[in-house]
Design a binder for this molecule. Structure first.
Ligand code: C2O
Ligand code: CU
Length: 471
């Protein structure tokens, strides 16, 4: 029994890591037809962990969908999960009725029925797909979709890595009611930890029983083979439903080139990535020496060592890998301010403002301007409008705020205007007074586009609104 579960977990691990270039056959055809079937999966990525998961095509994460820019995707979703579901295409600009939000852009697909998602994925870059609204993401319904950009510089090797974690499901419910006892596990030296007061009683954290990369936990994660001299591209997604991930490769600096799939105006070299919930980062590194090096998710959870994979040069596969300490003290990690530079031109006052609140101990409400979805203030726009939105976070947790169907520019963070605004679809708004300002043009297909916190607990507890196009 256990063995067969391990094999299933292993299969998930094999699928996503090493990415071949698109086959010439795929390039030649204009349309990629694909079937995604969701169904229950007994998921056992580590000894003693038997998780009642849900999976696309039998693996957590689901298969990597890879297309060239301009190709059309026809993804048939077959729902055998036992609960109503949809698929949302995170980071895509697409017809509103393809956006996959139950009750907003489509009716939920009942179990045993199917739905055809048909669109031409745009913009290019590292994006993802996932279930929406219910606990589907926490249960395993997510995967990467990579739209190749012909303008990207070539890499000798490319690895797509989904950082994800297996929740203790009962703590999700407790967290939704604000009475969870799970601790905060951000690494020492992280802003989250530093802002913690010794007597903080939060009640909003989810506990995780296993930490994975591409469906497996260390030491069973797939090993990543490289050669000295290789320029290696990493595409990294944080699919954890609640926690920020810091990602570090021992012995190497990482050059970040894309954030949420969108190219940075200037690449940024760092020791570690900071990846908020639902964010993606593309980073390159050069293999300058032979060896074995751990690529790790850093946190202070006792099981943090599990979120690691070995990068090795020939013959070093079984050498003890170089690792990094589970701390951020003295570590030069990615921030929006470093990537964008801080400017001096003040950012004009945004037309739409949200103060993020709620989340008190024992409360099941997270609020925007004092209201919970669906009663939150909507943003009404007309096609062609220039839209600005600002956030002030008065709660004691960071919020990874996400807008569907648009790429916005992050123009301000914590009162600092950004010199080279970052093109993104999700940004962390820091706890305890953090701010962020977005600007975007309302030139997406008309419809109702969700704007919400991507922490699943906060979203389900009301931290959500909509950008609505008016005729
Ligand atoms: Cu990843 Cu509502 O989105
Ligand atoms: Cu939040």
């Amino acid at each position: 029994m256990r063995r067969s579960r391990f094999l299933l977990a292993g299969a998930g691990a094999m699928i996503a890591a090493a990415l071949p270039r698109l086959s010439s056959r795929a390039l030649a055809s204009d349309t990629l037809d694909y079937t995604l079937t969701s169904a229950p999966l007994a998921f056992s990525p580590a000894p003693g962990v038997n998780f009642a998961g849900l999976a696309y095509n039998g693996t957590i994460p689901g298969p990597v969908l890879r297309l060239s820019h301009g190709q059309r995707l026809r993804a048939k979703f077959v729902n055998l999960s036992g609960q109503p579901a949809t698929i949302h295409w995170h980071g895509m600009i697409l017809p509103n009725k393809m956006d996959g939000v139950e009750g907003v852009t489509q009716a939920a697909v009942p179990t045993r029925e199917s739905f055809l998602y048909d669109f031409t994925p745009d913009p290019p870059g590292t994006r993802w797909y996932h279930d929406h609204i219910s606990d589907g993401v926490a249960r395993g319904l997510f995967g990467l979709i990579i739209v190749e950009d012909p303008k990207d510089e070539r890499a000798d090797k490319e690895f797509a890595l989904v950082f994800h974690d297996v929740p203790n499901l009962s703590t999700i419910e407790a967290a939704m009611n604000g009475v969870s006892t799970a601790p905060m596990v951000d690494p020492i030296g992280s802003p989250e930890m530093t802002q913690m007061q010794p007597d903080d009683k939060m009640g909003d954290e989810v506990a995780y029983v296993a930490h994975c990369i591409n469906g497996a936990s260390y030491p069973n994660t797939q090993k990543l083979a490289v050669k000295v001299g290789d320029r290696v591209r990493l595409r990294i997604l944080n699919a954890n439903p609640t926690q920020t991930r810091y990602v570090r490769l021992a012995g190497h600096r990482l050059t970040v080139t894309h954030s949420d799939g969108n190219r940075l105006e200037r690449p940024l070299e760092v020791d570690a990535l900071r990846v908020g919930v639902a964010e993606r980062y593309d980073a390159y590194f050069e293999v300058t020496k032979p060896g074995a090096f751990l690529l790790q998710g850093l946190s202070s959870a006792p099981l943090a060592f599990q979120q690691a994979a070995v990068v090795y040069t020939e013959g070093m596969e079984n050498a003890p890998p170089l690792s990094s300490p589970q701390t951020l003290q003295g570590v030069d990690y990615f921030t929006y301010e470093k990537a964008a530079g801080t400017g001096s031109t003040p950012v004009p006052k945004a037309a739409h403002h949200y103060t993020l609140g709620g989340g008190d101990y024992g409360s099941n409400k997270w609020k925007m301007n004092g209201k919970t979805y669906p009663n939150t203030d909507k943003i009404y726009v007309r096609s062609g409008d220039d839209v600005t939105v600002s956030f002030l976070n008065k709660t004691d947790m960071d919020h990874p705020m996400h807008l569907h169907g648009h790429t916005f520019l992050l123009t301000e963070v914590d009162g600092k205007p950004l010199a080279r605004p970052l093109a993104k679809d999700t940004t962390l708004v820091r706890a305890n007074g953090g701010t962020a300002t977005w600007s975007f043009k309302a030139d997406s297909p008309p419809g109702r586009w969700l704007l919400h916190c991507h922490n699943e607990i906060h979203m389900m507890d009301g931290l959500m609104t909509e950008v609505v196009y008016r005729p």
